[in-house]
Ligand binder design. Structure first.
Ligand SMILES: NC(=O)c1ccc[n+]([C@@H]2O[C@H](COP(=O)([O-])OP(=O)(O)OC[C@H]3O[C@@H](n4cnc5c(N)ncnc54)[C@H](OP(=O)(O)O)[C@@H]3O)[C@@H](O)[C@H]2O)c1
Length: 347
């Protein structure tokens, strides 16, 4: 099939980073940052594939990036969106050409062209050819969260216990399933009661609501029972500091997201000095560049097998068509429990 010359896309309206203003998790002011347009198809560089996008997921990293607060600069006029699933329609280079016709999960990295467009470009070396039994909903969210969950749970000693904040998030649910299947004990912390039973059914040993009156007592009891040595923290706010303060000596606070608007305050610096507690960050991009190739392949295969078997499932809250992103995305992002995915007219 001949490729069209033009495509619909949602484009970034600003360059670089922002330095002032608050980040809205629901992109309330979407028209300031994004616009819908028809543009030329992106061009391929050697080693890249052109992908006809089937579905793209909307992750917190996308909304933070669009507003100029993520770890890489924006490029005005470029399509937004990091992650998706689609069919490879062209490739430049031997391996890239071999991928033609395959359905793949992809991340449009800094060298590629964004996923919120009918066609996207990604490095062939970074795409994941999908098994037939993996749903598009799972393929669209196969890389950013599942690999992060797998890599981070690997930081917890085998048979050990850990705490995960932002428990109701997609990543939180993936980690609950991983805790069960890898024999680790999870204390999941969410900010509402509703997700707690589900987190336990997925595999969390304890599920706590950080906003309940009994939270401090529940936390202390769970820590006493499980002796968790790692906190995987999506929130990086005052609750994270409270939890860390209650953790035992030698424990690690691993910050991988910043969902809370307020800054965390170290409550007892002496614990860093005398109890060997420490604080660090995790970013999947660093993990991808530093992890040996064979270990990465093993992790990617295991992730795909978990989705294919139904052990993992991406919960979707809302489907928004690409052409309605500007009008519908903020309301869709305000829905709790599940990911928003962008869908594409395949006609
Ligand atoms: N470092 C990395 O490499 C990496 C990779 C992937 C993702 N991440 C980060 O991981 C986090 C989760 O991503 P996701 O895609 O799994 O999220 P998601 O499914 O879109 O869900 C977001 C969740 O965050 C919760 N939340 C929002 N603000 C909160 C706050 N102030 N305190 C506590 N919970 C809050 C929401 O709770 P409710 O359900 O109660 O509204 C919701 O469950 C994000 O921060 C993302 O940037 C980091």
């Amino acid at each position: 099939m001949a490729l069209p010359e033009k495509m619909h896309a949602v484009l970034l309206k600003e360059d670089g980073y922002s330095s002032s203003g608050e980040v809205s998790p629901t992109l309330e002011n979407i028209g300031k940052f994004l616009e819908h347009a028809e543009i030329d198809l992106p061009r391929l560089k050697p080693g890249q594939v052109l992908i006809r996008v089937i579905m793209a997921s909307v992750n917190p990293s996308d909304t933070i990036f669009v507003q100029g607060y993520y770890g890489q600069p924006r490029v005005k006029g470029a399509p937004a969106g990091f992650e998706g699933v689609g069919q490879v329609v062209a490739g430049k280079g031997l391996y890239a050409s071999y991928l033609k016709g395959k359905r793949v999960s992809f991340v449009a990295g800094p060298n590629g062209s964004g996923a919120w467009a009918e066609y996207a470009v990604a490095d062939a070396s970074g795409v994941i050819p999908l098994r037939k039994d993996v749903r598009n909903e799972d393929g669209a969210a196969m890389i950013v969260n599942p690999l992060t969950a797998s890599a981070m749970v690997d930081m917890v000693p085998e048979g050990g216990a850990f705490i995960a904040t932002g428990g109701a998030s997609q990543l939180g649910k993936l980690m609950a399933g991983l805790a069960r299947s890898t024999g680790r004990r999870l204390i999941a912390v969410a900010r509402r009661d509703e997700p707690l039973a589900h987190l336990k059914s997925l595999g969390a040993a304890h599920a706590l609501n950080e906003r309940s009156e009994s939270f401090q007592a529940d936390l202390v009891a769970a820590i006493k029972a499980e002796n968790p040595t790692v906190m995987l923290d999506a929130v990086a706010g005052s609750v994270s500091a409270r939890i860390f303060n209650a953790m035992p000596k030698d424990s690690r606070w691993v910050i991988y997201g910043k969902l809370a608007p307020e800054l965390p305050e170290i409550q007892e610096p002496g614990k860093l000095i005398f109890m060997r507690q420490h604080i660090e960050g995790f970013w999947l991009v660093t993990w991808m560049s530093r992890t040996p190739f064979l270990r990465k392949i093993k992790t990617i295969r295991a992730v795909q097998a978990r989705f294919a078997s139904g052990q993992w499932k991406t919960d979707i809250s809302t489907h928004v068509s690409l052409r309605n992103v500007m009008a519908e995305l903020p309301a869709a992002l305000a829905q709790p429990d599940g990911k928003v995915v962008i869908t594409y007219d395949q006609g």
